[in-house]
Design a protein around this ligand. Structure first.
Ligand SMILES: [Zn+2]
Length: 483
């Protein structure tokens, strides 16, 4: 395609538009790909692992696109036709993709720090607020860093203002993941609905559906939750070539559905009606989790978490030998206190009470990462305390159940129920029927497992997939918007 207009290009001595600080003549000028080849050289070099060359290509793509923007769109917009302003949005999306790839290369080359200042220099490549918002988005992605610092990323993204004011369909889900718990339930659900209405990315869709289902479930809306899960599963089954992340989300959707049916009795439904549905969904989840374990690209925390989630499924199926096997597989890879809580529960179920008690006695509230894990610890400690009938443990359980957590209603209800049982055990003494009650009260889905689906962590979202592979995937289809 021959341009029928004068191209606006930087002078040779002018600072290059790729943000490198080099002069255009000595930077991107000789590498401009033209319309037929834009993106190709980058892909080629990236695939072959020639990252230095990929950096040159990625820069040249950014410069090339900026030249087009300034030569076409920026001029046309001067004509003042509001219809043509759509072209600006097209340019914003396209340039974002190229800049994102540029960031991937800097990341891969271990030059992340540098990329922040590159971004600052790219702020004016397209002179609209939407573009500057994109720069903030990229800065926030960079702020996550290798240690996945969500607070830093959140500070960055709030520069855009409150989430309700964000309309960009790729920034919105990212913002929402970071804001998460900071939003009230109603606001969080309404923002999820906005994402579901606008996103074109099915990974984003299935993730947000599962999150919504958990939120509804943890606020007693089992029916609403099941409906949303059906939609999530439908989305998951429509993937043609699902990646690891999408398969994980599908497995989680089945697992959650199975667990809601499993817990039906505790929310006033006739549990016997849902027994079969629970079993079918949980078995499907177990199969999917087991298949995911065969994937190669997990790191040790990711694979540990996967074993733990599989153990959670077998737990609801009552297959205790398999729970033990998988929980211990998780522990071998990552010695998390929360895994030990469930190891203790299994030993108790298998009749090895001394082992169970010695594990649970070795844990304390401060060991746990968040309130959801604390909630599971408190419930299981209490259950074992009731079973042991030991007064000192029961008093300890009573104190623990009184601890103020930022509790979801579903935990508050369970804690209250357990508190009654503990008090009865203290006042009247231990009995087989109390033991049964305590077992029932702690037999529901694990809150920490639900939470692991909600939050944004590399070992959850990318499921501990090798970070480099995540970035590779991101470069292929720019999926970073929902990470
Ligand atoms: Zn350049």
């Amino acid at each position: 395609m021959k341009p029928r207009y004068t191209q606006i290009i930087p002078a040779d001595g002018e600072e290059c538009w790729c943000g490198s600080t080099f002069a255009f003549g000595a930077c991107c000028s000789p590498f401009l790909p033209g319309s037929r080849w834009i993106g190709n050289s980058f892909q080629e070099n990236w695939k072959q692992g020639n990252y230095e060359k990929a950096l040159k290509s990625a820069r040249a793509d950014v410069t090339q696109y900026t030249i087009w923007h300034k030569s076409h769109t920026e001029r046309i917009a001067h004509v003042g036709n509001p219809q043509l302003m759509r072209l600006w949005d097209v340019d914003v999306e396209a340039l974002f993709d190229y800049v994102e790839r540029l960031g991937d290369v800097y990341f891969r080359l271990g030059r992340r720090e540098e990329f922040s200042s590159v971004l600052e220099r790219l702020r004016e490549n397209i002179r609209t607020k939407r573009w500057r918002d994109k720069i903030v988005h990229l800065n926030a992605i960079m702020a996550l860093g290798e240690d996945w610092d969500e607070e830093a990323a959140y500070r960055e993204i709030t520069k855009l203002g409150p989430i309700a004011s964000v309309s960009d369909k790729r920034i919105l889900p990212f913002y929402l993941n970071l804001a998460g718990d900071k939003l009230g339930l109603a606001e969080r659900i309404s923002q999820i609905d906005r994402v579901l209405q606008t996103t074109e990315d099915d990974s984003t869709r299935i993730h947000q559906l599962v999150v919504k289902a958990i939120l509804l479930h943890s606020h007693y809306d089992a029916d609403g939750s099941l409906k949303v899960l059906e939609e999530a599963i439908k989305t998951g089954l429509e993937f043609e070539k699902p990646n690891t992340y999408e398969r994980l989300k599908l497995a989680q959707a089945y697992s959650l559905m199975g667990s809601i049916y499993h817990d039906a009795g505790s929310i006033g439904l006739d549990a016997s009606k849902f027994k079969e549905a629970s079993k079918v969904n949980l078995e499907r989840a177990a199969e999917l989790f087991s298949n995911l374990l065969k994937d190669e690209n997990w790191n040790h925390t990711g694979i540990a978490d996967l074993y733990h989630q599989l153990a959670g499924v077998y737990r609801l199926l009552g297959r205790w030998e398999l729970v033990l096997e998988n929980e211990q597989a998780a522990l071998r890879r990552n010695e998390l206190p929360i895994y030990k809580v469930f190891e203790a529960e299994v030993f108790h179920e298998l009749g090895e009470n001394a082992k169970a008690l010695s594990i649970i006695d070795g844990l304390s509230l401060a060991d746990f990462a968040d309130d959801w894990e604390k909630a599971d610890f408190i419930l299981h400690f209490s259950r074992l305390a009731v079973s042991s009938g030991d007064l000192a443990r029961l008093e300890q359980a009573k104190d623990l159940l009184d601890v103020k957590l930022k509790r979801e209603p579903i935990f508050r209800q369970q804690a209250l129920e357990m508190m009654k049982i503990v008090l009865e055990a203290i006042n009247v003494g231990q009995s087989a029927s109390l033991d049964q009650k305590a077992k029932k009260a702690s037999s529901r889905s694990l809150l920490s497992l639900l939470n692991s689906v909600l939050i944004l962590k590399p070992n959850i979202f990318g499921v501990g997939i090798d970070v480099n592979k995540v970035i590779e995937g991101a470069a292929e289809h720019s999926a970073t918007s929902d990470e």
